[in-house]
Design a protein around this ligand. Structure first.
Ligand code: NAP
Length: 292
């Protein structure tokens, strides 16, 4: 029997949460005189990075937060970048520091991220934060994985006791999503699939939840799903399309049409996971300012 999946509206959930965050910001200002501040460092002029940084600044302003954008030329010495991070670590007006990735060639990305003080690492990318997440200590949860958990909950699915399959094992999406889903609070049983998995469909067909983060269109199709599954499509892929003004369109990693016939709920691309990432960044920045 064909099902018509509900679309999980990431824009709506993001708007709801941003309203909650804006109220939290206003309350913190009124009660403690603290305005949450986010510093965003952009090195070079990668167009995608420029647009992400602009979107982050706009979102900060809308939430009533203070944002400071620091732009640096692509040939800025690494030492200078590290000095800038050290100054922000010590700046009481700044509660969150984000270095927009990827950095241009020649930088040691790991060293740069490690320079961010863990208590201001609102992206949740430093090894200290990742380790704390793994052992269940207080930390900043990484934004995209945290947003994914919120989206599954928003779909109406009670995650506890369910079988979740995560396709992809990157440090920024797949691995942390698997960790978050298997924590006591969510209590899912998790299977991780990757390019070494022999028969992904054999796993996804038994899954109540499928999170696909492979960076490849059509990684997940409807015939790979159990009826009623919830699908979170993290992928963002550009497909050439001469009918579009920009000459391309965005698709996810799931074939939306066939998955929507079998799933009970699915995130669209765009408009699913994307809007949640910046929202959870604001969430962490507010959280950081509250800890002061
Ligand atoms: P990544 O670092 O390239 O990792 C992709 C993972 O998927 C790898 O673990 C890889 O396996 C696995 N994989 C690739 N092709 C596969 C296949 N055919 N079958 C099974 N596994 C496969 O990518 P990422 O950074 O995690 O990002 C994944 C996607 O999410 C990208 O499209 C990215 O643009 C998108 N994304 C979106 C957001 C957002 O806010 N919406 C945020 C982050 C990422 P191996 O480890 O075996 O190579």
């Amino acid at each position: 029997m064909k099902m018509a999946a509900k679309t999980i509206d990431g824009k709506q959930l993001a708007a709801d949460l941003r309203a909650e965050i804006a109220a939290g910001v206003a309350a913190l200002k009124a009660e403690k005189g603290v305005t949450p501040g986010l510093a965003v460092i952009l090195v070079g002029e990668n167009p995608a990075s420029v647009s992400y940084v602009t979107a982050k600044e706009k979102a900060c302003a809308e939430a009533g937060m203070y944002s400071r954008e620091i732009r640096m030329a692509a040939d800025t010495p690494e030492e200078k970048l590290l000095e800038t991070i050290a100054a922000l670590n010590a700046d009481p007006a700044i509660h969150g520091i984000l270095v927009q990735l990827p950095l241009p060639k020649g930088y040691d990305e790991k060293k740069v991220i490690d320079a961010i003080a863990p208590e201001k690492d609102v992206d949740g990318f430093t090894p200290i934060n990742v380790g704390r997440m793994l052992i269940g200590e207080q930390c900043f949860l990484p934004c995209t994985p945290h947003g994914i958990i919120k989206l599954i909950e928003f779909s109406g699915m009670d995650i506890r006791g369910k079988h979740a399959v995560v396709i992809g094992r990157s440090n920024i999406v797949g691995k942390p999503v698997a960790v978050l889903l298997s924590r006591k609070e969510t209590n899912a049983t998790v299977t991780m699939c990757h390019t070494g998995t022999k028969d992904i469909a054999a796993f996804t067909r038994t899954a109540d939840i499928v999170v696909v983060a492979a960076g490849r269109p059509d990684t997940l199709r409807g015939d790979m799903l159990k009826p009623g599954a919830v699908v979170i499509d993290v992928g963002v892929n550009r497909i050439p399309d001469a009918t579009r003004p920009k000459g391309f369109r965005l698709v996810g990693d799931a074939d939306f049409a066939s998955c929507a016939e079998v799933a009970s709920a699915i995130t669209p691309v765009p408009g699913g996971v994307g809007p949640m990432t910046i929202t959870m960044l604001l969430w962490n920045t507010l959280e950081s300012a509250r800890r002061v």
